[in-house]
Ligand binder design. Structure first.
Ligand SMILES: [Zn+2]
Length: 202
């Protein structure tokens, strides 16, 4: 749960430290309201691979390490279709990836992200239910997060109107917390759901 958000936890930190650069842009929908001017040290293909390996190395069991590393890298693959060509191949590379659904579709790309997440949740829900595990509360958290990060409720729209340096400092803090807090919360909720099912089964 924390691994899939690691690239953005580091991103938020690097933005606050001034290593990355973001530029307020109220036209940059559907919910970010910032242009990601330079995020090469955490959102380039090379750094995605490096962060995946670092995260994987923290896990002693090899099967777990592989899943953990893939979890981190899945973030880059999920970012690719939506990001507006701001994902460098490697730090300072001129080649940038990102199909740009955010820019091309706007609000519709937010809807697509919701449909994608709902489909994955439905799949996880049914496979977990077969083992007696209820994903009700993780599902509620995901629904709340989806609505909160909508074009209308995104706190980034408000943050983008601050003067610098407040704008990029708050942006960085929200990105970091926006992945750290839900990651920890979902970890606890999944853990509780598994344990409760284990108690019932045992
Ligand atoms: Zn990202």
């Amino acid at each position: 749960m924390l691994g899939v958000g690691l690239m953005d936890i580091v991103d938020g930190l690097f933005i606050m430290l001034g290593i990355d650069r973001v530029t307020p842009d109220l036209q940059a929908g559907p919910y970010l309201f910032f242009d990601l001017t330079f995020v090469d040290w955490d959102h380039s293909l090379l750094m995605a691979a490096v962060l995946s390996l670092i995260w994987g190395a923290l896990f002693l069991r090899r099967s777990l390490a592989i899943v953990a590393a893939l979890a981190v890298f899945s973030h880059f693959l999920a970012d690719w279709p939506v990001h507006n060509a701001d994902l460098a191949l490697y730090p300072y590379a001129s080649t940038h990836l990102g199909y740009g659904l955010w820019g091309k579709l706007g609000t519709a790309s937010w809807v697509l992200e919701g449909v994608f997440a709902a489909a994955l949740l439905a799949w996880a829900w049914s496979t977990s239910a077969r083992r007696g595990v209820s994903l009700l509360w993780p599902g509620v958290v995901m629904a709340v997060l989806f609505v909160q990060l909508s074009p209308w409720l995104s706190p980034m729209k408000w943050v983008a109107q601050f003067d610098e340096p407040a704008a990029h400092l708050l942006h960085g803090a929200l990105v970091m917390l926006g992945f750290l807090v839900p990651g920890l919360l979902l970890t606890v909720l999944f853990d509780r759901a598994e344990r409760r099912a284990g108690v019932l089964a045992g």
